[in-house]
Design a protein. Sequence first.
Length: 276
Amino acid sequence: MKNNNTNRIDARFAALKSQKRAALVTFISAGDPDLATSEKILHGLPGAGADVIELGMPFSDPMADGPAIQMSSQRALKGGQNMIKTLEMVRRFRKGDAETPIVLMGYYNPIYVYGNERFLDDAKAAGVDGLIVVDVPPEADEELCLPAMGRGLNFIRLATPTTDAKRLPAVLKNTSGFLYYVSITGITGAAAPVVNDVHKEVTRIKGQTALPVVVGFGVRTGPQAKAIAEGADGVVVGSALVQTIEKTLDSKGAATATTAEAVLDRVKELSSALRS
């Protein structure tokens, strides 16, 4: 079961394929460190070179995330961020950008509290293109995945090094837009063999699907992004951007004049590496 209507995600990956270039997928938490600064970053991302934007839905217990993204979620919640404000951010972004895909990423709890049907309707109306909900397995597709697809929203799944040949078909079954491969091995240590491992895994997955495969890998630098992109359709950068926000905050944890600019400069550096 696939979406037949060409949407922003499909269109963006098709355009990048014709340019023979991998996508730069950027992640920020909505409302981190405050709504105004977060919006400034969001609106600046496409111009800095982001091809697809993942916007995190802040949640108080993000168990699958590392410390940097957990902290960003906490900062956003402390600043009063909620689902209504996150969807409003997307709505305002769409007034100036009708092409850059936005994927909401997070956990099921805030969606469930908001109400599944209401959330899907409001997300679609705001201009959201896809969802990554890390704690909803394929066995629960009726809950959110199928209703999302019915509204033309891509439901993007995660695969990991432990997603074996037996599990992969279930993961791929109702996935659309792209597949997010999370390489959780070898964050430390020599980069070269790890990159080869990632490329092998992506090749294995691509043997089972025509979907683009993007890799989230603890990518921090342009050269790392470029090396991974050589064997994938896209590279996700999240923690590095969120840590850039953190490093620019003042002693009270508030944004400074350099916060948005520092994040966008980091995106420009990564983008130029992928385009070189």
